[in-house]
Write a protein that binds this ligand. Sequence first.
Ligand code: PLP
Length: 431
Amino acid sequence: MNYFSLNNREHTSNFENAVVRGLAPDKGLYFPQLIEKLPKSFFSEIRSMDNTEIAFEVIKNYVGEEISDSALKDIIADTLDFDFPVVDVEKNVGSLELFHGPTLAFKDVGARFMAGSLGYFIKKGKLGNITVLVATSGDTGGAVANGFLGVEGIDVVILYPKGKVSEIQEKQLTTLGQNIVALEVDGAFDECQDMVKRAFLDDEIQQKRQLTSANSINVARWLPQMFYYFLAYKQLAKEGRKLAFSVPSGNFGNICAGLLAREMGLPIDHFIASNNANNVVTRYLENGNYQPTASVQTISNAMDVGNPSNFVRVLELFQNEFGNLKEYLSSYSFDDLATKMAIKEVFDKTGYIMDPHGAVGYLGLQEFLKKNENYYGTFLETAHPVKFLDTVEEAIGQKVAIPDSIESIMHKEKKFHQISNYDELKSYLLS
Ligand SMILES: *Cc1c(COP(=O)(O)O)cnc(C)c1O
């Protein structure tokens, strides 16, 4: 399979190079040249297939010959080593729980698949060692650290803003050791991101280290996010039932994977991009004007994105046809107060505890279902509520039980280096 750069269709790459580079040399995002429909028989048999088989059929053409079938199946089996249940919350409303992985967020899926693919390419021997350099506002760092832990030939360097990630998130970044290094930056997330971007353009660093990024622009993180839409369909498929999925969105990688799954024939009738106050896409769908802005801080902080990097892929999927896009995609935006009230109301009514991101997804779904009663709606629960303990406990007025896996890391010692400017990052990377 080849990929082209969304900045210039003539600039192409195979899967391996696209994974190693992250972005095309012209800074465009990679996009698959061919999106093949899955055969009808796949959907009639999906209920009797196991999760690894399903995922293998979904992704094999995007990987091509570059990873052997048996190695690809192993990577998938490791990636999907936990449950993806759709839990009934209310009549005709379900929660697709994506938080049963090691760091309790959906990013585990993409991070593990990318780590498996990159680890495989390094083992083949041509690449040499690689440094994964990534900035995190919270969940990406933990998922990437966990996914790449112990993968030979890969060093991981994570930059996170001092005092701006939750305690659990910080523990997930700083307690692993081995090939994972955490750098605490005296600054905001934007400064971490800027330093990472600068390092990618720095020749001195490039001569010393082969750098790659592990955010959702990388095809090896983006594409496996299709898996759980198929796994949800396996649980939800019923003759004549119309399905809508609401996806709490920040950089739009997750929803874009769902839209790609639809393009491959997955019978999902409608998507809802649920936004917090960072609502550039909601406004775009209202008035056709795409106006990125600076992000604002909210309680669903993984979605605090003012210029969603994957939205160009969404537009490409719909050939940049606004009318076509509007038929399959709705978008709504909610502020923090509405989000907290939704957490409380759903808990009071049903006992189900949502995290702030899932709650935004729930609200978007409700808005859609008001006018479309004949659907079964699923919202994606993208993180476990304990990752946002203070907000959730305040909203429901009760303590939330902490899973054992988290309890155990809370006692581990944090290890990190402190940096406060680019020169300090650079000398770390050159040392
Ligand atoms: C990253 C993240 C999101 C946003 O996903 P995108 O693919 O960037 O749209 C939503 N919820 C949680 C909990 C996240 O960590």
